[in-house]
Ligand binder design. Structure first.
Ligand SMILES: *Cc1c(COP(=O)(O)O)cnc(C)c1O
Length: 389
């Protein structure tokens, strides 16, 4: 019976400590959340600048709804491309200093668009082993060869590129690794792309808005030149506080995606109110140095405070601060104990991370206060003391 297999599968997931559960929030996204009747401080969201419920974005949505309505009614290539979408794309391209940008409904879809549109059989993808699931899925949607190199290992990548007979080559990487918080060696990767005549696709989901001058992202952080080989993907549901994503780069690449990328063409354009909220968000991001400085101070405070715990911290200087626990049950147990103390930190397990590396993924936001960081530090030390009893 088809049902039996599902039941067995679900039981197995539960037995392995891999069941996921959702918690419904009765509050907007922010550092203080009301979850199932309990008030907690949340360290879960990717709202790194605290913009998700910002009054300026809320006002932009109200005004845009009055002017443009809510739905867009069709795909961008039919009749769903409204003025705010176009304006957003122009502002995004200018902000990241690339020729052109294309707006997508989600980052997942943007990633599914790029590699499958650019590659065919006899082509090859060279992907970091710790890339986000959406980049892995993108590779699976192509008929190209999918080669995965060890995390951040530029030498192995160079060897594989040198050996490759592929017609077109594409290097695929997270800029800030989503479950580790460390940065990809982007200058070295770009140099390899130049040397081996490849494209370099950079997924800057966690760098956009946070890193670089004015929050222009990881490419600006590394001061990379606007090489036509570089294809930038940035998401707008994280630091930008709204939803959606963009791909920016050489105008020929962007035009090709608009013409050919199925996740762009065969979906309804997102609401114009989202585009309006993002236009407001871009202004706050550009003027957000204080927010970014506060966030950096919180990162330093947390790392100093967690020193001396029995668990390894990831070598991350970004807002993503994972504490490596190891076992699934142990990570979940720890997350539950923190939750009982009013601190919400997600436990991340396989397949999101490699087996045996379950972790607490602490994400910090500029909206957090220092006292909230201190409470988390104290609670983690208490958890260790409890265990040592
Ligand atoms: C979140 C994320 C995505 C997906 O973006 P969405 O807009 O949430 O669909 C893609 N890549 C990375 C690295 C991410 O962290």
């Amino acid at each position: 019976m088809i049902w039996d297999e599902l039941e067995v599968g679900l039981t197995r997931l539960a037995a392995a400590g891999l069941s996921r559960r959702r918690r419904a929030l009765d509050s907007p996204c922010g550092p203080e959340a009301v979850v199932e009747g309990q008030r907690v401080v949340a360290f879960c969201s990717n709202d790194y600048l605290g913009l998700a419920a910002h009054p300026a974005l809320v006002a932009a949505v109200r005004e845009a709804a009055g002017r443009w309505g809510v739905g867009s009614g069709a795909s961008h290539v039919v009749s769903g491309h409204l003025r705010p979408h176009g304006e957003l794309e122009e502002r995004l391209a200018a902000f990241v200093g690339r020729e052109r940008a294309l707006y997508f409904t989600t980052g997942y879809m943007a990633n599914l668009a790029i590699a499958p549109a650019l590659l065919e059989r006899h082509d090859a993808i060279f992907a970091d082993r710790l890339n986000h699931a959406s980049l892995i899925d993108a590779a699976l949607l192509t008929r190209a060869e999918h080669l995965r190199y060890p995390h951040g290992d530029v030498e192995t990548l160079a060897r594989r590129l040198a050996q490759s007979r592929a017609r077109r080559k594409l290097i695929l990487t997270d800029a800030v690794f989503s479950m580790d918080g460390d940065l990809a060696p982007l200058p070295e990767l770009l140099a390899l792309a130049e040397r081996f005549d490849a494209w370099l696709v950079v997924d800057d989901a966690h760098g956009f808005g946070v890193l670089g001058p004015n929050g222009r992202g990881s490419l600006a952080h590394f001061k990379l030149p606007a090489s036509p080989r570089l294809i930038l993907m940035g998401t707008l549901g994280k630091a930008a506080g709204v939803s959606g994503a963009f791909v920016a780069g050489d105008r020929r690449v962007i035009e090709w995606l608009m013409q050919r990328a199925r996740p762009y063409i065969f979906t309804t354009a997102s609401s114009p109110v989202i585009a309006a909220a993002l236009l407001a968000s871009l202004e706050l991001i550009a003027a957000g140095d204080e927010r970014r400085e506060h966030l950096q101070r919180l990162v330093a405070r947390l790392r100093a405070g967690l020193d001396g715990l029995p668990w390894r911290l990831s070598p991350s200087r970004t807002a993503i601060q994972p504490v490596l626990i190891g076992g699934n049950e142990a990570a979940v147990g720890l997350a539950e104990r923190l939750f009982a103390r009013g601190l919400w930190v997600p436990a991340i397990r396989p397949p999101t991370v490699p087996t045996g590396t379950a972790r607490l993924r602490i994400s910090l936001s500029a909206a957090h206060r220092e006292t909230q960081i201190d409470a988390l530090i104290a609670a983690l030390h208490d958890c260790v003391d409890d265990e040592r009893g």
